[in-house]
Write a protein that binds this ligand. Structure first.
Ligand code: PLP
Length: 408
């Protein structure tokens, strides 16, 4: 291993997890066949080697600054705070990033890694298209062919993102098998990947999947937490009492949390979608209502049936409807280091409108779940309490849907 720099120490992140096999306590790992394990181990080795090199770190840092527009600011939401009548509410503005969300942070990291590994093509699946657009953007930038697999139903539904991916030069594969949604897109993308895993790179879109992805994606997103850990005391004189983020796969939350894991007085709160109700297929609150299980190559909390098959899931925010969750979150939950709560569709919509009309900031429906929890708790927490909410993305993508839903 080459020399260790300060930056790489920080990238390695707090608590030095996962272990060498990719476990966070009992969660994570590589529940995959041996030939795939070989490939994942190669990616892990390449990543661990490359992240120590100054050239890779400099390249990523430069891109974060001059391309993404980092650091993203922290903003005190004064009118929202007054309206909620309690805790002071601050926003980490990931919505201001190029492409409008936190996903660009790991998309750039993955695309650069693929480039350094000499891969000839990046493959990814996408549900609503957010990960697809971020990967298409990053691949255009580093000059790598990009192939995005998307269920035919989602292709029809998410027209703006489909068009963006095409404009950015990605090859879009509309998947016509099965239910023609995200799960089938994953299967299709994976099938393509297995045709030539030595030359292709499969870019996972959250802190999920087999090791090393939960570690790598967290490390890329940890820029959020590192910035916030420095910015917040500069702004207010102390650390936040709470840091709060929405949890789908869990990458934006893990990115923010990782900056505060060692600050035991800072409470970490993840907010999941309880959708329309608590019946099967009505929500996607995995940590709140799930049990440990294995899918997509890793062990974690999961919404599952008696046979261990994933339950159907739903959320008004398509970025949050995943029946498993990042293994690091499962471990933090069991340790009691982080707590997880759920917010339903109505709470989400209310927060979406309130932030828009009180602050002139239209949040992503995903991020609005985190906001909604804070708005609900603000009074109980009291005005001495400082809460930092991750505004993981902007809501332009959701504007038409909300207008329709609320008959605006
Ligand atoms: C994809 C997405 C999410 C959910 O993904 P995580 O991995 O849980 O962060 C949240 N917010 C926005 C804006 C997204 O696009």
């Amino acid at each position: 291993m080459t020399h260790t720099t300060n930056n790489s120490n920080k990238l390695a992140s707090a608590h030095m997890l996962p272990d060498a096999e990719g476990f966070f306590g009992p969660y994570g790992g590589q529940a995959i066949p041996p030939h795939l394990k070989v490939i994942m181990d190669e990616i892990a080795a390449a990543y661990l080697q490359i992240r120590e090199t100054q050239a890779y770190q400099d390249e990523l840092t430069q891109l974060y600054q001059h391309y993404v527009g980092r650091p993203s600011p922290i903003y005190f939401a004064k009118r929202l705070t007054e309206a909620c009548g309690g805790a002071k509410i601050y926003l980490k503005r990931e919505d201001l990033n190029h492409t409008g969300a936190h996903k660009i942070n790991h998309a750039l990291g993955e695309a650069l890694l693929a480039k350094h590994m000499g891969k000839s093509k990046v493959i990814a699946e996408t549900g609503a298209g957010q990960h697809g657009v971020a990967m298409a953007t990053a691949c255009a930038l580093v000059g790598l062919p990009c192939e995005i697999h998307m269920g035919a139903i989602d292709v029809a539904k998410e027209h703006p993102n489909v068009v963006k991916m095409k404009i950015l030069g990605a090859k879009l594969i509309s998947v016509e098998t099965g239910t023609r949604t995200l799960k089938d897109a994953v299967d299709s993308a994976f099938e393509e990947y297995l045709k030539d895993p030595d030359n292709y790179f499969y870019a996972i879109g959250s802190v999920v999947g087999p090791h090393p992805f939960p570690m790598m994606v967290r490390d890329f997103q940890s820029i959020i937490g590192r910035e916030a850990r420095q910015q917040f005391p500069e702004m207010t004189g102390k650390l936040p009492d709470y840091v709060v983020a929405c949890v789908g796969g869990g990458s934006n939350a893990m990115g923010l949390f990782s900056g505060f894991l060692d600050d035991e007085q800072v409470k970490l709160v993840g907010v999941e979608p309880s959708g329309n109700g608590l019946g099967k297929g009505e929500h996607a609150a995995t940590l709140t209502y799930g049990t440990p299980g294995t899918m997509h190559g890793f062990h974690s909390y999961m919404l599952q049936d008696k046979e261990g098959q994933p339950d159907p899931v739903y959320s008004i925010a398509s970025g949050l409807d995943y029946p498993s969750v990042g293994p690091h979150h499962s471990y933090l939950k069991d340790l009691g280091r982080a707590e997880y709560h759920a917010i339903n569709d109505d709470g989400c919509l209310d927060a979406f409108m309130k932030l828009s009309q009180l602050e002139g900031i239209i949040p992503a429906l995903e991020s609005a779940h985190a906001l909604a929890w804070v708005m609900q708790e603000a009074k109980n927490l009291g005005s001495e309490t400082q809460v930092l909410v991750n505004l993981s993305g902007r809501g332009d993508k959701d504007a038409d849907f909300v207008a329709d839903k609320l008959k605006l």
